[in-house]
Design a protein. Structure first.
Length: 156
């Protein structure tokens, strides 16, 4: 067990974490070839601290150093009586990958989903993200769903 694994805890993000969270958020976007606006990033960050928002963030840390994050959203569904929990973003610092930090972040969200009596916890990943899929295939089931997207241009 590494020193990071021994000291690691998963906790809700706090406002002072921004300076460590943001570079990981930028790296996550780069991995997925997206460049979200500063407005989207600041809106997302504010939502984590708004009790009326269903959007949440937790971080993996050893006290002072953050090694990764997970973002998740509670939402209604026509497929269940209780909310679903969507794990939207998961990122672990490359220097500590392979130490079960991603698994611990997912398990944290699983606990939050159970506490909130959700009927389902689910997430997506890119077909090309084989590294993450090794973890996901180990801890979850792949339902065979294909996602389609339609742009919603407000000017159209």
């Amino acid at each position: 067990m590494t020193a990071v694994q021994q000291e690691l805890s998963i906790r809700p993000v706090v406002k002072k974490d921004f300076d460590q969270w943001y570079p990981y958020w930028a790296e996550y976007q780069a991995f997925y070839n997206v460049d979200l606006s500063a407005e989207t990033t600041s809106t997302t960050w504010r939502r984590f601290f708004d009790a009326n928002e269903p959007v949440h963030c937790a971080v993996a840390c050893d006290g002072e150093n953050i090694y990764g994050f997970v973002h998740y959203v509670f939402h209604r569904s026509t497929w269940g009586c209780n909310d679903f929990c969507y794990l939207e973003d998961l990122y672990v610092c490359p220097s500590v990958r392979g130490q079960m930090i991603g698994k611990k972040l997912i398990e944290y969200v699983q606990g939050q989903a159970r506490e909130n009596t959700c009927d389902r916890l689910y997430w997506h990943t890119q077909q090309s993200n084989h590294t993450a899929q090794r973890l996901y295939d180990w801890i979850a089931e792949k339902p065979g769903v294909i996602e389609y997207r339609m742009p919603l241009d407000a000017t159209a």
